[in-house]
Ligand binder design. Structure first.
Ligand code: TYD
Length: 208
């Protein structure tokens, strides 16, 4: 097997982190070597960039600056963690990747998805997800869940309309890439979602 790159996407509060942990436990029990990472972050440099991006005091941050910072954090993560792990035939599960930029910066901020993928070409090269699991929920539902978990960061503090654009943006993106992006109803129970994800990944592993 030549490594498997799985990404998990969805609006803020969709429950990605919980599902990633459960998937990791499942695959580890089956004997697979798993590397987990999150975006923005996952390396010392990328975590430092994350602090800048999500800092609530930086209200004046321009959309292009935001796009480039996410891409910089991603470039370091790909070079330092994702590419080497895939080259060693490991399974990489990443909490968000370039599709987050396509939806948040490209669609919700309005920079355009073409520009986003073009810029990110420099950051990721040919390191692209084999499969992307999209947990779909309404924007307002996700932010409601996040608010209940604690204080909101710079992105989460955006207006409700922004989060609705994000949720809609994911629908659009998934429609454009039906083979790679697999949609799951994120309002179902944690166990039901987990079972659906396991089924999808098992199918892929069988054909690899
Ligand atoms: P995080 O706390 O990791 O959110 P979540 O738990 O929902 O994944 O914060 C990441 C935030 O950054 C989130 O609001 C989505 C946003 N984001 C972008 O706007 N563009 C990107 O390319 C990435 C990776 C994240």
């Amino acid at each position: 097997m030549a490594g498997l790159f799985i990404t998990m996407e969805g609006p803020d509060g969709a429950g990605k982190t919980t599902q990633i942990e459960k998937l990791k436990d499942y695959l580890s029990c089956k004997g697979y070597d798993i590397i987990l990472c999150r975006e923005p972050g996952g390396t010392k440099i990328s975590e430092a960039i994350r602090e800048v991006i999500l800092n609530k005091e930086f209200k004046e941050m321009g959309y292009m600056t935001e796009l480039l910072l996410y891409a910089s954090a991603r470039a370091q993560l790909v070079e330092q963690v994702i590419r080497p792990a895939l080259d060693e035939d490991k399974i990489v599960i990443c909490d968000r990747f370039v599709d987050s930029s396509a939806v948040y910066q490209g669609i919700a901020r309005g920079l355009g998805t073409e520009l986003v993928y073009e810029v990110n070409q420099y950051a990721i090269g040919d390191t692209f997800p084999d499969i992307t699991i999209l947990l779909e929920i309404q924007g307002k539902e996700g932010i409601y869940r996040k608010k209940n978990q604690g204080s909101l960061d710079r992105m989460e503090s955006e207006a409700a309309a922004f989060h609705e654009k994000v949720a809609q943006g994911y629908h659009t993106l998934a429609d454009e890439c039906p083979d790679r992006i697999r949609r799951i109803d994120g309002t179902q129970s944690i166990d039901t979602i987990h079972k659906q994800i396991v089924q999808m990944i098992e199918d892929i592993l069988r054909t690899k």
